[in-house]
Design a protein around this ligand. Structure first.
Ligand code: ZN
Length: 264
C-alpha cells in the first residue's frame, strides 16, 4: 500500500498525455504538434513516405512505430516493478496478439483517464484510467482502441493526408522549397489528423468491436457497460476527461452495447 501511495503521488498530468484522446492509431494532440511530438524524426519519415505516390501497410506500420517511440520517450512508462505495470500485465495476460495484430501493452504513469492504440500494435493505458476502472472495464477500453486500429479509422485519415501532401511536394521544383512546403504542410497535416475526432459511426463500430473482443477473450462484456456508467459519472469532470471530450455520450454507448451483449 505504501508503495502504491508513493507511486500515485508521483503521477502528474503530463503535458503531452493531457492532450491525448482516443484516436485509434493516433493520440489526439490539442497542443502545438511539432513542439509536443518533437516531430523531427517523424517528419523525415513522412517526407520519405510522401515522396512515393502511394505507400504500403508496412511503411504505415513503421511510421506509427516511430510515433509510438516518440510517445514513449516523452511519457513515464510503468515498469514491471511498478504496481500499475504489474496490474496491466496481469489483466492482459495472454493478450500478446489479437486479430492479427501483435500487441505491446504498457501503462503511462500519468493521471489522465485515457488510452490509445496505434497501427504498430502499441497500446498505452494511462494510470488515471487504471485508477478509475476495474480489470474488465480497462479491457473493454483496450478492445475499443484496438477496434479503431483494426477498422483502420486513423490510418485512412493519415493515408489521405500523406497523399495530399505528396501531391504538393511533387508539384514543387526547387528542392529547398519542397522541404519548406513539406514541413509546413506536414505540421498542419499532423495537427488536422491528430486533433480530429472519429465519426459517431466509427465510434459505434469500435464499441461493437470491443464487445466482440471481450467475448472472444472470455472477459466479462459487462465491463463495457460499467465502464460507460463510470464515465457518465465522471462527466462532472468536464473536458479534462479526454475520453468524454472525444466520444459520444457514455449513457448512449452503454445502452447500445447492452443491446449488443443481450443479442449475443
Ligand atoms: Zn473511440
Amino acid at each position: 500500500m505504501a508503495i502504491l501511495k508513493q507511486v500515485k503521488s508521483k503521477l502528474r498530468a503530463h503535458p503531452l498525455i493531457a492532450a491525448i484522446a482516443c484516436a485509434g492509431l493516433l493520440g489526439v494532440v490539442a497542443q502545438p504538434v511539432q513542439a509536443q511530438f518533437g516531430l523531427g524524426k517523424v517528419i523525415d519519415s513522412a517526407k520519405k513516405v510522401a515522396a512515393a505516390a502511394s505507400y504500403t501497410d508496412q511503411e504505415m506500420v513503421a511510421f506509427f512505430g516511430q510515433m509510438s517511440a516518440e510517445m514513449d520517450s516523452k511519457n513515464p512508462i510503468a515498469t514491471m516493478s511498478d504496481p500499475y505495470g504489474q496490474r496491466l500485465a496481469a489483466l492482459t495476460k495472454g493478450l500478446d496478439s489479437y486479430d492479427g495484430l501483435d500487441l505491446d501493452i504498457k501503462a503511462y504513469l500519468v493521471k489522465d483517464v485515457n488510452a490509445f492504440a496505434m497501427g504498430d500494435g502499441t497500446v498505452r493505458v494511462m494510470a488515471g484510467l487504471l485508477d478509475e476502472f476495474n480489470d474488465d472495464e480497462v479491457r473493454c477500453v483496450i478492445g475499443h482502441e484496438i477496434g479503431h486500429v483494426k477498422l483502420e479509422h486513423g490510418k485512412k485519415r493519415m493515408r489521405g493526408a500523406l497523399q495530399k501532401d505528396a501531391a504538393l511536394s511533387v508539384a514543387s521544383t526547387a528542392s529547398s522549397r519542397v522541404d519548406q512546403i513539406a514541413n509546413s504542410k506536414l505540421g498542419k497535416m499532423f495537427d488536422d489528423v491528430m486533433t480530429a475526432q472519429h465519426s459517431q459511426k466509427a465510434e459505434r463500430a469500435s464499441d461493437t468491436y470491443a464487445v466482440n473482443f471481450m467475448k472472444a477473450n472470455n472477459y466479462d462484456p459487462q465491463g463495457c457497460i460499467t465502464a460507460m456508467e463510470k464515465l457518465a459519472k465522471l462527466s462532472g469532470g468536464g473536458p479534462s476527461i479526454a475520453l468524454l471530450r472525444t466520444h459520444p455520450k457514455p449513457a448512449k454507448r452503454a445502452k447500445r452495447m447492452k443491446k449488443l451483449i443481450e443479442e449475443g
